[in-house]
Ligand binder design. Structure first.
Ligand SMILES: Cc1cc2nc3c(=O)[nH]c(=O)nc-3n(C[C@H](O)[C@H](O)[C@H](O)COP(=O)(O)OP(=O)(O)OC[C@H]3O[C@@H](n4cnc5c(N)ncnc54)[C@H](O)[C@@H]3O)c2cc1C
Length: 309
């Protein structure tokens, strides 16, 4: 057994460590080559041990949630992917506060909030990410964002210290946060919700679910919105107006249902997706003078994007 395997197994247990793990299994795009190492800690102590071992040994590592905002290169990732998902997904409710581990899915959190007759979380019920990924990206939809409901977040900082930060200390902005900028790792978070009426909450969640199903290509693998919303515009509308609905590179395609989504029609590679993203950026720049920035995070090696300005 290699020294890296033994090191990771000591931190998180032998059953939780995998070598050459295909990342296509862990991304909603269903794309991505193998991670040299993949580990799924079962609690904050194991996570802290794995992160600290990687840092000590100078091994690159990446924190993964549900992989719903991620494009992994075809050559994979030469390092350790540390997944915070199903092994760390406990949720507890206390009055109007909902506390959860970073691996809890937003859909599960929204369901727990509804069952506890708490409102405020409905906007996030259809976002297919974990709480950790949602805090990092300040995920949002239908007029709500994580910033509105977070009370505090417990992170592991780059010095391997556990810190509890108030929402105001997280620098949450449009699809960004200090968690992302400072490379902190979300361990758990507390949400502050409001007492609500179960039937109204359920109706709102159902309404939003129907809106998503009717407007988004949910029957194909994707990573949601490919590009951030440029100030004053909508990325999907710009892409549609550039005549790119249905444009494709092999099996990577701009959805005809919603041009903001780039879908995998079956056998798309990361290279196909990347080439299509570049084609879209170039066309939108040429026609409207707007630079589209990816919302999707890239992991592994990709060519430099074309400088458009
Ligand atoms: C069909 C579809 C619809 C979507 N709709 C929306 C939407 O309406 N609104 C929206 O905002 N997003 C949307 N998304 C994108 C995505 O679901 C969100 O960005 C989500 O918050 C990502 O969470 P994740 O757990 O999947 O993160 P991942 O994709 O696994 O990771 C995303 C980033 O977060 C980091 N990260 C993950 N977990 C942690 C952690 N515990 N600590 C520190 N960093 C962490 C990763 O390192 C990475 O940089 C959609 C995606 C899909 C596929």
């Amino acid at each position: 057994m290699s020294a890296i395997y033994e090191m990771l197994a000591e931190c998180a247990g032998e059953n939780q460590v995998f070598c050459m793990e295909p990342m296509s299994r862990h991304t909603t795009f269903r794309i991505g080559g193998p991670a040299d190492w993949f580990v799924a800690p079962q609690n904050a102590e194991q996570l802290q041990a794995a992160v600290s071992a990687c840092r000590r040994e100078n091994l690159p590592f990446f924190i993964l949630g549900n992989g719903s905002n991620l494009l992994v290169s075809d050559a994979g990732y030469h390092g350790v992917v540390i997944q915070i998902y199903k092994n760390m997904e406990k949720i507890s409710v206390d009055g109007t506060k909902v506390r959860a581990e970073a691996g809890a899915l937003l859909s599960a959190l929204a369901a727990s909030a509804r069952d506890a007759e708490l409102t405020g979380m409905e906007f996030a019920s259809g976002i297919p990410g974990t709480l950790g990924g949602a805090v990092t990206m300040n995920a949002g939809a239908y007029g709500g964002e994580m910033k509105d409901i977070l009370k505090n977040v417990t992170v592991l900082d780059t010095e391997n210290r556990i810190r509890k930060l108030d929402v105001a200390e997280l620098g949450l902005g449009y699809r960004t946060s200090l968690v992302k900028k400072e490379n902190w790792i979300v361990l758990e978070a507390e949400l502050e919700l409001m007492p609500g009426d179960v039937s109204a909450i359920t109706a709102r969640m159902e309404e939003l679910r129907e809106m998503r199903t009717s407007k988004q290509p949910l029957n194909y693998p994707s990573a949601g919105s490919t590009f951030k919303r440029p100030e004053g515009y909508f990325a999907g509308k710009l892409i549609m107006d550039a005549g790119l609905a249905g444009a494709s590179v092999n099996d990577a395609q701009i959805s005809e249902k919603h041009c903001g989504f780039l879908i995998n029609r079956g056998t798309a590679t990361a290279e196909d997706v990347w080439k299509l993203m570049e084609k879209v950026r170039r066309a939108v720049w040429d026609q409207f003078g707007v630079v589209l920035e990816p919302e999707v995070r890239l992991l592994g090696t990709f060519p430099e994007p074309e400088q458009l300005r």
